[in-house]
Design a binder for this molecule. Structure first.
Ligand code: PLP
Length: 398
């Protein structure tokens, strides 16, 4: 036995972090790592942000949990703020991204049901998608490696190639309820749908009476430099799942809906024990305090440009290591010419944390609060990592 009581589902790096400060993580041995993974786009405001620590500890001393049998003022407030800042009229709070997606999927099916079209329950998704690890969301994601061995795939998901709008249109049938996509695919390798495609998908949904569902679990809450990534396209979905960034590290998610889309979700048809609890809501409100501050998102865009230009220069210097830079805002990807795990290991040797993704990409997801100086420091380390990989490759070639 390998000495662990835990499921072997995670392949973990042999690092133990003891505490964090902004964009930095410090190990139990006192070594400092620049955190450009941010807990996979979760630590949107970095580590130990004083405003978040204050909000959580203040709430922790007062009240942790009452259940959704009672009024939760901070939940009402966070719901109102999300509505105010988005296309939505209604919000359902969850504990995770997958649960936010489950809520979106159920809301879409239920909408068609109360519209008198119960036969419409199927949802069109795109290859490379990642929507979570529940039975329904692995079916929605459609990836063989996540589906294998878990029994019959949950029925009701039809997948088409990434950004293939003709295929999406052809896939629409009498049983189709909705189209679901991440405006920027995260796990799939930082692949963004062209803004024109998002517009076209909106039209398709309108023409066929379908709901448009955006999964902004990873790309939402400021990651791309707008509060929500779809704002760049100037189109709104009917339903949207968010999670990761909204909790800043506290587990929470939400499904946002128009009043029309949510009209089937009446008393008793859906629920959650933990979702929207006072601790999560205190933190969610605190995250919004910062992200919605005038100028915050402009700063994200400005810093993103600085970071991206630096990365492009490194890609030019080491084309044998980095093929190209992709993504938007502080959700950037390095398409690797070597194996992405090799580059990731080299970056970790430079004490810079990144996250591998599909399509042989390295994801760079620094906290939205990252400073110019930390970006410059990060670029130095990425350059050093790329140089190391380039030299190792040429040494092996000799
Ligand atoms: C992480 C992620 C999910 C799943 O979120 P969990 O909190 O792990 O359930 C869903 N969709 C996208 C786009 C994600 O990045």
């Amino acid at each position: 036995m390998s000495g662990s009581a835990l499921y072997e589902t995670f392949v973990r790096a042999p690092l133990i972090f003891d505490h964090g400060e902004g964009s930095w993580l410090v190990t139990d041995r006192g070594e400092r790592y620049l955190d450009f993974a941010a807990g996979i786009a979760v630590n949107s405001l970095g580590h130990s942000h004083p405003h978040l620590v204050g909000a959580l500890t203040e709430q922790a001393a007062k009240l942790w949990h009452v259940s959704n049998l009672y009024e939760i003022p901070a939940q009402t407030r966070l719901g109102e703020r999300l509505v105010e800042a988005s296309f939505a009229d209604r919000v359902f709070f969850t504990n995770s991204g997958a649960e936010a997606l489950e809520c979106a999927i159920k809301t879409a099916r239920r909408y068609q049901f109360v519209e008198g079209r119960p036969e419409r329950y199927r949802i069109i998704t795109f290859e490379g998608a990642f929507h979570g690890r529940t039975l329904a969301t692995i079916a929605a994601g459609g990836q063989k490696k996540y589906l294998e061995g878990f029994g019959p795939k949950v029925d009701g998901f039809d997948q088409v190639p990434f950004n293939d709008l003709d295929a999406a249109e052809k896939a629409i049938g009498p049983e189709t309820a909705a189209i679901l996509l991440e405006p920027v695919q995260g796990e799939g390798g930082i692949r963004d749908f062209p803004l024109q495609s998002l517009k076209r998908l909106r039209q398709l949904c309108d023409e066929h009476g379908l709901l448009l569902i955006f999964d902004e679990v990873q790309c939402g809450v400021g990651r791309t430099g707008k509060l929500f990534a779809h704002e760049w396209a100037g189109v709104a979905p009917d339903l949207m799942a968010i999670a990761k960034g909204i909790g800043g590290g506290f587990p929470m998610g939400a499904c946002l809906a128009t009043a029309e889309a949510a009209k089937g979700m009446t008393a008793g048809v859906h629920g959650t024990t933990f979702g929207g609890n006072p601790l999560a809501m205190a933190v969610g409100n605190a995250v919004l305090d910062v992200v919605l501050e005038p100028g915050f998102l402009d700063e994200v865009q400005r810093k993103a440009l600085l970071f991206r230009q630096g990365l492009a220069a490194i890609a030019d210097e080491y084309p044998g290591v980095i093929e190209s830079v992709r993504g938007s805002g502080l959700m950037l990807g390095l398409k690797c010419a070597v194996s992405n795990t090799e580059l990731n290991a080299a970056l970790r040797q430079q004490h810079l944390l990144a996250v591998p993704a599909g399509d042989n990409v390295i994801r760079l997801l620094p906290p939205l609060t990252v400073t110019d100086e930390e970006i410059r420091e990060g670029l130095e380390r990425i350059r050093a990592g790329a140089k190391h990989v380039a030299e190792t490759a040429s040494a092996t070639a000799k």
